[in-house]
Design a protein. Structure first.
Length: 117
C-alpha cells in the first residue's frame, strides 16, 4: 500500500486545516488507517484512527477538535483539524495497517503542520 499525505501548512492559533491521506488501493482492504504526529525532539505519537468498518478513535489531546472522515471512491482519509493550538505543530504522518493473520504497517511521507501567530 502506498500512501500520499498532503494538506499541511501554516495556520494561526484557532484556525483549521484538513489533511488528506490517499491510498493506492481500496481503503476497505485496509484494516486501520491512522494519523500520527511528531514534533521536533519528541517521539511520534498517535493522533487518530479509522477502521475499515468506519469506527473512529482519537487521542485525548485532539478529541473534540479533530475529526476523521473518508471518501471511499477516492481511497482517501481526511483529518479535519479545528481550533488548532501551537502544541499541534508537528509533522503529521498517515499509516495503514493491512493483513489477516499477519499485519503489515505502511507509512506515508509526512506533511508539516505549523500553528503560529
Amino acid at each position: 500500500v502506498q500512501l500520499q499525505a498532503s494538506g499541511g501548512g501554516l495556520v494561526q492559533p484557532g484556525g483549521s486545516l484538513r489533511l488528506s491521506c490517499a491510498a493506492s488501493r481500496s481503503i476497505f482492504s485496509i484494516n486501520v488507517m491512522s494519523w500520527y504526529r511528531q514534533a521536533p525532539g519528541t517521539q511520534r505519537e498517535w493522533v487518530a484512527s479509522i477502521r475499515s468498518g468506519g469506527m473512529t478513535n482519537y487521542a485525548d489531546s485532539v478529541k473534540g477538535r479533530f475529526t476523521l472522515s473518508r471518501d471511499v471512491d477516492k481511497n482517501t482519509v481526511y483529518l479535519q483539524m479545528n481550533s488548532l493550538k501551537p502544541e499541534d505543530t508537528a509533522v503529521y504522518f498517515c499509516k495503514a495497517v493491512r493483513g489477516v493473520k499477519t499485519l503489515y504497517d505502511y507509512w506515508g511521507q509526512g506533511t508539516q503542520v505549523t500553528v503560529s501567530s
